[in-house]
Design a protein around this ligand. Structure first.
Ligand SMILES: [Zn+2]
Length: 410
């Protein structure tokens, strides 16, 4: 591709983790290099390498010249060109043998050279501080890194939820989905062509680690019903939330059961025909009707059989001949639910100002359009496009009513 950048005028630059200076590290450098900008982006070393951070290559190496004091003081007093020549002589082999860049260390100081033996500018970065610097004042990064999101269903909805929560700083993820990414998923999924053929959980893990390489990601390429108790024990705690993003209500009923057992919040995101409307439901572990209560009630209250939703395992799927909505409509609804998830994760956090939870009901409907030609008769519930309105009051179902707290009945 053509570019207006003139790389001949650019001084090569090495971005590197500041910890490399302090750790007195010598050895291989892994990362990405960009010839068009002459920027070498060092991501990590051999010592810290997650195999799920994709396409990392060895871009160079750091060597130590500490042992030779007189050489170093001599280098420092030379001009750049002369110093480079001396370094190369000292090293006694071409820089290309070390990769695209060579870092020469003296104590905490590292000077980088390219394989063309040009001295580089260098810019240390601090991964967590720099990645999340723009969240400052709104979200407390150290607190968010302790949060956990369990995402049940990693399709169009779950992939957006996962990546947006990674951007807020959520540091732990349990991704659950038994499906493989296909070409027909791409127009609504956060992943792309290079991910087709991977499990959705693998594809999303890679994208999460591109936002925060220190995130802890556990994957289960199964149905949520097949995830073991041990895994839930590891991930479900007072800092976690389960988010039901599956394409069927049964998965959400099960996910909510798990959230009740482990006393964590649960949030569900679902859609009606062509995503003309989305549903957002949440329940907190301190005594609110659960998703089973909601499921029992919704069809009656909304004057519509629940099986006309596009949830794929519902009974009359074979009669449906529509595509269940485009990405921007799904994302509009999902984004509102993600805001709610962030508020829920920060309940009790000092200095956090909730954005939406005080203004949304337990069951919220979000409409993308109220045009009858898209949404059919059900558009009568909506006055204007993009309306966010209360769904129905959810009351305790028969099973849950006895105990009024909706804890799991076994
Ligand atoms: Zn209930």
């Amino acid at each position: 591709m053509n570019s207006f950048l003139n790389n001949r005028q650019r001084t090569p630059k090495v971005l590197f983790p500041k910890s490399l200076e302090e750790d007195i590290y010598c050895g291989k450098l892994l990362g990405y290099s960009h010839p068009q900008t002459s920027i070498y982006n060092v991501v990590c070393t051999d010592e810290f390498l997650s195999p799920s951070i994709k396409n990392l290559i060895v871009i160079g190496q750091i060597i130590n010249i500490d042992e030779d004091e007189k050489y170093f003081s001599y280098f420092i007093n030379l001009d750049d060109n002369a110093r480079t020549k001396q370094i190369i002589n000292f090293v006694n082999k071409p820089v290309t043998e070390f990769g695209q860049i060579l870092g020469v260390r003296k104590g905490n100081e590292i000077i980088y050279y390219t394989s063309e033996e040009l001295m580089c500018e260098s810019e240390p970065y601090e991964l967590i501080n720099d990645v999340f610097s723009r969240n400052t004042g709104i979200l407390e990064t150290s607190s968010m890194l302790n949060k956990t999101a369990i995402i049940s269903g990693c399709g169009s909805v779950g992939s957006l939820v996962a990546l947006e929560l990674a951007r807020t700083g959520v540091g732990n993820f349990l991704l659950i989905d038994n499906d493989v990414l296909s070409y027909h998923n791409i127009c609504r999924h956060q992943c792309g062509v290079s991910d087709v053929g991977k499990t959705k959980v693998d594809a999303i893990e890679e994208r999460i680690l591109q936002i925060n390489p220190t995130a802890r990601v556990r994957k289960s390429a199964t149905l949520i019903e097949e995830v073991s108790k041990e895994i839930f024990d590891e991930f479900l705690n007072k800092n976690s939330i389960i988010i039901g993003c599956a394409d069927n209500r049964e998965g959400d009923v099960y996910a909510n059961k798990m959230s009740k057992l482990w006393k964590t919040p649960f949030l569900s995101i679902g859609f009606w025909e062509r995503a003309f409307v989305g549903e957002i439901f949440y329940t907190l572990p301190n005594g609110m009707p659960c998703y089973q209560c909601f499921y029992d009630e919704i069809g009656i209250v909304l004057e519509r059989p629940v099986n006309t939703k596009f949830y794929t395992n519902e009974k009359n799927l074979e009669k449906l001949n529509f595509e269940p909505g485009i990405s921007v409509d799904i994302n509009y609804v999902t984004t509102i639910a993600i805001k709610l998830a962030i508020d829920i994760l920060n309940i009790g956090s000092e200095n956090y100002i909730p954005k939406v939870i005080d203004h949304l009901d337990q069951f919220t409907l979000v409409c993308n359009t109220n045009d009858e030609r898209i949404g059919g008769e059900q558009t009568k519930h909506f006055s204007y496009p993009l309306q966010i309105r209360k769904g129905v009051d959810v009351s305790y179902c028969n099973k849950c009513a006895d105990i009024k707290s909706c804890v799991l009945l076994t």
